[in-house]
Design a protein around this ligand. Structure first.
Ligand code: M6R
Length: 579
């Protein structure tokens, strides 16, 4: 998704810092980029489509704005890439979000020369109109920003000052020894500084030789207070791995261990779940599957009903929420707008909010009443792996806490961490399978009960990294339609744990085998129906964890076999901050 980085300071290295900042948020996904800096009272802009180059030519400047764009309004072209300038190249802007009423606002810009198809560019021309009258950048930016509908963040400069405003789109300020930097993601700032301020909605930041932050509505100044953030930069680099996805898969046993060593917040949340009049787990994509797994876990092991909804659908079924409802919003990034919007609506109804997130200081983290950090470390591969395992681990722990059997939860999680290590040690056993199925166009993943969310997650991982059409199904649903798609050789992965689903899922495996499918069995015991078997030891309630790791490794290996970069799937972004 789009990324912003901006610097103002007394050193002349602003363009280099901007280039480095954009490189640190590359993982979020983008299709074009641009960096602008002031040079001899003029702005110089370098833009291109595709990825950032390995190096950036040395340029001397104290002010610079940079952007990585993920196209929404207008195609992937150099003209549409940010930064955008006013008609005279005196004012420069970068923008994240969508100005929903941009067509209406554009109507007043007939005298301006628009060079792109973006909603972003109209912002800088509107600011130009205001600035030509007042020569006051802060008031011009604030006036124009307040006209925008939608969720946006903008950063504007006239070469001596930077002004930024945000509403619903993240923006973080960092303090340098000789200036300030702003970014849409703290990961771009943390290599430079540990002193951060997470800018709140409807606030304006003005940076020149001093810093002011004010409320856009009341115009009142806000006390500036930097938070010191502890962060291990080395852990966010590739180290000896070729791809982040491989590194993040390998970090998973450690992720579980960290969760087990930090369970105090989970204890508090378990109490809230016990006393709530209705608990709702919401999330998107992989996080949604962790939420769905939560409903099976709570029902089976805590005998408790909890509700599940996809984040982007929760808005439409929120009418029954009351102040006694508890909403547990699950999001790796803590910035997914499809999760944050329904959270805001629930908050307006006075529900209590729990954020289960991997990102300290994220919008979700700041919005929530209870903050359950996943502590998985930065996740950079677009296809989520270790964050999902962290979410599942927290779900298991919460379930057993609510059931009053925390130690049993701890034991199954420890088992699953050991089993992940076994899977990683035996990963080469998957090579034969990878060779067999890499050229297939369709793969089906089947599970029942707790293995149903695993089947959904497996299919999502395979889709993202390999572009093979993969479908996850509740195995019982197969005969209600999808069975028509099974033909000779279609790979079908079946999850067969040692639980109440075993006999039924084996029967489903036989059904697909009878239609010619190539059956891939995953679980503790081999069975004659399997054409390929991958052994995963029984970990009880935690079997979902090693089963998922099987699928992660398979998806990763399939991507490599197909010559694809598993870290950067086409069309996808790491953090989805638009609707
Ligand atoms: O940051 P979030 O957990 O809120 O992200 C939600 C989804 O966008 C995310 O899980 C997505 O589905 C991943 N690419 C899955 O690998």
């Amino acid at each position: 998704m789009c990324g912003i980085f901006a610097v103002i300071g007394t050193s002349n290295n602003a363009p280099q810092l901007t280039f480095k900042g954009l490189s640190d948020i590359e993982y979020r996904g983008y299709d074009s980029w641009g960096i602008c800096f002031s040079s001899d009272d003029l702005f110089k802009t370098i833009k291109n489509i595709g990825f950032l180059p390995k190096t950036f030519p040395e340029q001397l400047s104290q002010v610079s704005l940079g952007h990585t764009r993920w196209a929404t309004h207008g195609g992937v072209t150099i003209a549409n890439a940010h930064p955008h300038s006013d008609c005279n190249n005196e004012l420069i802007l970068v923008h994240n979000g969508i100005i929903e009423n941009y067509l209406e606002l554009k109507a007043g810009l007939r005298k301006h020369l628009l060079k792109s198809e973006t909603d972003s560019e109209i912002a800088i021309h509107l600011i130009e109109d205001e600035y030509s009258k007042s020569k006051d950048l802060s008031s011009s930016v604030s006036k124009v920003f307040s006209k925008f509908d939608g969720l946006n963040a903008i950063v504007v400069t006239n070469g001596t000052k930077i002004v930024a405003c945000k509403k619903g789109s993240p923006l973080v300020l960092g303090k340098l020894t000789d200036g300030y930097c702003l970014a849409s993601d703290p990961n771009a700032l943390l290599p430079l500084t540990d002193k951060l301020i997470f800018i709140e909605d409807n606030q304006m930041v003005v940076l020149n030789d001093k810093l002011t932050i004010s409320d856009l509505k009341t115009k009142k100044e806000i006390q500036v207070k930097f938070t010191k953030v502890i962060w291990d930069y080395a852990s966010s680099t590739l180290q000896n791995y070729e791809y982040f996805m491989e590194k993040e898969i390998n970090e998973q046993p450690k992720v579980i261990e960290t969760i087990l060593n930090n369970s105090a917040v989970a204890e508090k949340i378990a109490k809230e779940i016990k006393s709530a009049f209705g608990t709702y787990f919401i999330g998107c994509g992989t996080a949604a599957y962790a939420c769905l797994a939560g409903t099976y876990l709570f029902s089976k092991f805590a005998k408790k009903h909890v509700n599940f909804s996809i984040g982007s659908e929760f808005n439409y079924i929120e009418d029954y929420l009351t102040p006694k409802s508890l909403v547990v919003a699950v999001s790796q990034s803590g910035e997914t707008i499809d999760t944050i919007e329904p959270v805001n609506a629930a908050k307006a109804k006075k529900c209590k909010i729990v954020a289960m997130t991997n990102t300290l200081g994220s919008t979700l983290y700041r919005t929530a009443d209870y903050k359950l950090l996943l502590n998985a470390g930065v996740e950079k591969a677009v296809a989520s792996t270790k964050a999902f395992i962290a979410m599942l681990s927290e779900m298991i722990l919460l379930t057993f806490m609510v059931a009053g059997k925390k130690q049993a939860g701890v034991e199954v999680l420890k088992k699953s961490a050991l089993e992940i290590k076994n899977i990683l040690k035996n990963a080469n056993l998957l090579d034969e399978l990878v060779n067999k199925i890499a050229k297939q166009e369709h793969i089906f993943c089947l599970g029942r009960g707790l293995s149903y969310p695993v089947a959904l997650e497996s299919a999502l991982k395979i889709k993202e990294t390999t572009y093979i059409h993969a479908e996850g199904y509740a195995a019982g649903e197969l005969k209600h339609g999808p069975l028509a798609l099974i033909t000779k050789g279609t790979p079908v992965i079946v999850y067969v744990p040692n639980d109440e689903t075993r006999d039924s899922i084996l029967a489903n495996a036989k059904e697909v085998q009878a239609r010619g499918a190539y059956v891939i069995g995953v679980g503790p015991d081999n069975n004659p129906v399997f054409d390929f078997f991958f052994k995963v030891k029984d970990c009880g309630a935690s079997s979902v964890i090693p089963h998922t790791v099987f699928a992660q490794v398979l998806a990763y290996k399939l991507a490599l076999k197909k010559g694809l970069n598993p870290d950067k799937p086409r069309n996808l972004a790491k953090s989805v901050v638009v609707r």
